[in-house]
Design a protein around this ligand. Structure first.
Ligand SMILES: *Cc1c(COP(=O)(O)O)cnc(C)c1O
Length: 377
């Protein structure tokens, strides 16, 4: 395989030390008790990364498993669940709520802006009878960022548990679980964390565990059951054999994040310079307010086909960027500058390749995008 620059909003490039960690000799993770310590220490490091004392679990499955596990474990027949929606992942939570017998009630916002907190507050003042609420931090198909620091405490004050999908934000945007009173937040290995896809992890509050323990009916799943891990360490028992190499890679990737004190600032600078340069070139951004610093979503100029553009960039410059899907399919392209992709050299080269490819297809940029990016840093 010839590996391109993967400048997509996940999976991202995986650094060498993470790849090497995954190649180390492994033991039997069920029977060798050392692995229980390793798993627990890795969970504790994730807790440090998310700034929480809550329990953390790493599950063997990609990010979607985290979303489903949260909904499966909290939802009971007839539960009213507030689904805060201003994007494809936001809206998508409703499907998981329904699947486990809940009644999703949507609070839908403008898809080009972050959730309006005053509007949400007004909505909650009329109706706050929800068991929990779901919310997406960065809704990746559009690149909108929601202010979970403000929204989660408001929900909590109304007695509503919060489930936050931060798969595409954590590591590139600030997260402070305890300060923001987030009951469940989930991430994936393949976005800013910059490990290969295959793992999801969640931090779970005492309140969330209590709701799960006090259910009338047992959780209708094994793999998605967050209670099944209770006392795994004391009992030296995992519900299934752990993907040890994946977890060894994740542990190394979390170390990289914890060591990198400039990571949030770097994401902010790179994202801001990217947006500025794209606008100066005469292109438009899809989002009008509430930009995530992990991904830039650019509207396709008229008469340019997004697949043709992306294919040309890949073939000629060896740069892989993403289109989008759902209602945004064919309308935008997405550059992921998250985790290991949030590097000046990579983004600069990507913008150079974008410009050359746009020009090849007949769109003339108003500036040199890459130089503009570099001078905007
Ligand atoms: C990537 C991502 C996930 C995980 O889903 P996949 O599309 O399967 O990678 C979940 N939520 C968000 C917001 C994501 O960006």
């Amino acid at each position: 395989m010839k590996i391109p620059y993967i400048m997509t909003p996940g999976p991202t490039q995986v650094s060498e030390n993470v790849r090497l960690a995954r190649s180390l000799e492994t033991t039997n993770p069920d029977l060798d008790l050392q692995f229980y310590d390793f798993y627990k220490e890795t969970c504790e490091k994730i807790g440090q990364f998310l700034k929480t004392k809550n329990e953390v679990r790493i599950l063997s499955g990609e990010g979607i498993l985290g979303l489903e596990a949260a909904c499966a474990s909290l939802t009971e027949e007839g539960d009213r669940v507030l689904v805060i929606d201003n994007g494809i992942f936001g809206e998508g939570f409703a499907d998981f709520v329904k699947m486990y017998g809940g009644e999703p009630i949507l609070f839908s916002g403008d898809r080009q802006r972050e959730i309006d907190i005053n509007e949400l507050q007004k909505f909650l003042d009329k109706d706050s009878n929800f068991k929990y609420a779901t919310l997406v931090h960065c809704d990746t198909p559009s690149g909108v960022l929601n202010n979970i620091a403000k929204i989660c405490p408001i929900l909590k004050e109304k007695g509503i548990l919060t489930v936050v999908d931060s798969v595409a934000a954590m590591g590139g945007e600030e997260v402070d679980v305890d300060e923001w009173q987030i009951d469940i937040i989930l991430g994936g290995s393949q976005k800013c964390v910059s490990a290969p896809p295959g793992l999801t992890f969640l931090s779970i509050s005492e309140d969330a565990f209590n709701v799960m323990k006090n259910r009338k009916k047992a959780i209708a799943s094994f793999y998605c059951n967050l209670l099944i891990w209770e006392n795994y360490y004391e009992n030296k028992w995992f519900p299934y054999t752990q993907p040890i190499s994946d977890i060894m890679g994740l542990s190394e990737a979390i170390d990289n994040l914890l060591k990198d004190k400039e990571i949030i600032i770097r994401h902010a600078k790179i994202a801001e310079a990217t947006r500025k340069s794209v606008l100066e070139a005469g292109l438009s951004l899809y989002i009008k307010q509430g930009y995530s610093n992990t991904v830039t979503v650019i509207e396709m100029p008229e008469d340019i086909n997004d697949a043709e553009l992306r294919n040309y960039m890949l073939e000629k410059y060896n740069v892989l960027i993403a289109g989008s899907f759902g209602y945004l399919g064919g309308k935008v392209i997405r550059i992921g500058h998250m985790g290991e992709n949030a590097r000046i050299d990579k983004v600069s080269y990507t913008l150079f390749a974008l410009q050359k490819s746009l020009e090849h297809l007949g769109f003339n940029c108003r500036c040199d995008i890459s130089s503009c990016f570099l001078s905007g840093l």
